[in-house]
Design a protein around this ligand. Sequence first.
Ligand SMILES: [Zn+2]
Length: 294
Amino acid sequence: MTTNRIDSCPICNGKHLIHKLSLTDSISNKTFDILQCSDCGLHITQHAPRMQEMSEFYPDSQSAIYKPAQSSCDKWLDHMLSGWYKEQVKIVREESERHSGVLFEMGCKEGYFANAIRNNGWIAHAVEHDPTAREYGNKRFMLQVEDSRRLFDINARSYNVVVAWDTLGEAVDMHRTIEKLSQLIVKDGTLIIAFHNAACNDSKHYASSWSGWNTPRKRWHLTPQAFEKLVEPHNLEIVNLRHSTHRATITATTSMWQACGQKSIASTLWHNLKRVLTTHNDDTYYIYTLKHKQ
Ligand SMILES: [Zn+2]
């Protein structure tokens, strides 16, 4: 396998990269190191595969994510995820101050959000790296998801809203990608970029079991400080920042399942109750709204 060795931070060019942890990917069974840039806070997957060799790191069509939920834990997860898709639609409406329009999603996975926003009166276009997820979305929801390599062929100023739900970290070149995403929105358009905060309390608590890493599919693991530095040269203004407790709960629970190596509905419900009672400021999931600088 040919991999990318990273010696300097792509955001601040700093060379102070510290080993933070090692984790084993549950799909490929391969181990990867996560480094942390001590200058800007970006976390980096060392030796991530090249894009053309990423196929062995995606779940295959026989994976549980492509099958109907059987266990009560999987049904609970399905229920939480459908709530999250509704919340995403609400976020798009509120942040763009529009009830309809043309939206582009970078990295739509199996197409659940693209389908939800389309069912709410929007026209949705999307790209996705993973060919199995792409085919699933196209078949199940009659979407027309294209290969992510098409991103750079799309005409500028084509969309009212562009969203990237925790997928900017999958891009090989984040600066080139954020510049392209900013070009895709119309003059008064809205760019929504969300990510799991690599420096959150749960990433420390669950360490290598934290499902927010999603390594090696995610090459870069953002923090608020690193993201704000990344955005600086791109003529974009951060106009709002919000969090999602819903999304954070899903990530915490799947991390707990990973850490325990098993799932039980009683421990899932207890874990969530405890979380509601003890977590006051959830710093897991950041959702930034950006507009062109006027
Ligand atoms: Zn850095």
